[in-house]
Design a protein around this ligand. Structure first.
Ligand SMILES: Cc1ncc(COP(=O)(O)O)c(C=O)c1O
Length: 393
């Protein structure tokens, strides 16, 4: 079986990171990896903070955060006035959910490709308010047109207070046609939250082109920012309704500052985040995207081959820039959350490879990412050793 050629490596890219060289880090998507230059920039900011904490927090910090926010929003093609910094995508989703003032009879609609922690947040908000959570099943093989139709017929105007769709799904590494989904929801008057946790740095689509009411994205995954750096972008008609999870001193400053200012937190990650974009730009944004997507596709094919999965049965991501790919595991393997965690740990311990394993709709999947620090032989090694490990049960 012919496997596609892996991409040319980006010379020296691995040296930009402080990753343990004895491990194959094939799961950039879960927690990212922070380049050394970004770590250093954050450390310099921490040094400044510790040299005089009073001065750091009370003289100009709100403006420095606003400056970083404008930088990040511009990169994402988002309106800086409609963008607020938050700690992570999960927090951004929770901010939106609790700002909706849900009531009994209201419903929140998601798909069955949604992120687990966001689903738990929906469940809690529904439990608190008497609203209900309805999940739309979307087959893994659905075409974009079918996905849009499932959503169009799955909304109940007047009752559906929010639709949450993922731009790139976590358990299934599937790109959803979010702009088209937003358009059909808008026809029915249903607001949409796009969970774009993986989009910043990976996907070329701008936030404005998606056109959602709410859009959350993590900079700490594919945009090389320090962890704890995410944005929530809000359409003009919603901005005044958005409330922070915790009220603090900037409450009367309105959106976006009242969401951002959360008292004595460590804001150095946000201030250093533009250095992540600088690193990405120095490597070449398009070059990094093309490299990562091609390497993930290569990894999917070699590991799929090793597990006997025919190329036509390997799930397609739905777009060229996607740097995460799925390989179906043999039936019965890693179908539950516990089993998936156990297998991921076993692969990490025995094969020195970090991967993502998720059970989705009764089937276990291995998810592989491609990043500039990865090389084809890391996927080759996993492919050689994984079948034996799975056979050992
Ligand atoms: C689709 C999606 N939403 C939300 C999240 C949560 O991100 P965080 O843990 O940074 O809140 C993830 C993380 O991988 C994700 O894939």
């Amino acid at each position: 079986m012919t496997v596609p050629q892996p991409p040319e490596p980006i010379p020296g890219a691995r040296l930009l990171f402080s990753l343990d060289p004895s491990v194959s880090h094939l799961n950039h998507g879960s927690f990212g990896a922070v380049p050394i230059a970004v770590q250093r920039a954050q450390q310099r900011l921490r040094d400044e903070m510790e040299a005089n904490p009073l001065r750091f927090f009370t003289q100009g910090l709100v403006d420095r955060i606003a400056h970083a926010r404008r930088h990040l929003a511009t990169f994402l093609g988002a309106d800086p006035e409609g963008t607020t910094l938050v700690g992570n995508a999960t927090t951004g989703a929770a901010v939106v959910l609790q700002s909706l003032a849900l009531r009994p009879g209201d419903e929140i609609v998601t798909t069955d490709h949604g992120y687990g922690a966001v689903a738990l947040s929906v469940a809690r908000e529904c439990g608190r308010t008497g609203a209900v959570h309805r999940t739309l099943p979307v087959p893994l093989t659905a075409t974009d047109e079918e996905v849009v139709e499932i959503v169009r017929t799955g909304l109940r105007p007047g009752r559906t207070r929010l639709l949450i769709v993922d731009q790139l799904t976590s358990p299934t590494a599937r790109l959803f046609p979010t702009a088209a989904i937003v358009a059909v929801a808008r026809e029915q008057g249903v607001p949409v939250l796009v969970d774009a946790a993986h989009a910043p740095g990976m996907l070329p689509a701008t936030v404005a082109s998606v056109g959602a009411d709410f859009w959350v994205g993590n900079l700490h995954k594919w945009a090389y920012a320090p962890r704890g750096t995410a944005v929530l972008v809000v359409a003009p008609q919603w901005r005044e309704k958005i409330q922070p999870l915790v009220v603090s001193w900037e409450q009367d400053s309105g959106f976006p500052v009242r969401v951002e200012w959360q008292a004595t937190l460590d804001y150095t990650g946000w201030l250093a985040a533009p250095v992540g974009l600088f690193t990405l730009r120095s490597l070449g944004v398009d070059r990094v995207r093309a490299h990562n997507a091609a390497l993930a596709a290569y990894g999917q094919r070699v590991v799929g081959d090793a597990l006997g999965v025919a190329p036509e049965r390997l799930p397609e991501p739905g777009g060229p820039a996607v740097a995460m790919r799925l390989v179906p595991l043999p039936p019965g393997v890693a179908t539950t959350l516990d089993a998936a965690r156990e297998l991921r740990t076993r692969i990490a311990d025995r094969l020195s490879a970090e991967v993502s394993i998720a059970g989705w709709n009764g089937r276990g999947y291995l998810r592989l990412c491609g990043q500039v620090y990865n090389t084809p032989d890391e996927y080759d090694r996993l492919a050689v050793r994984l079948p034996t490990l799975l056979a050992q049960g």
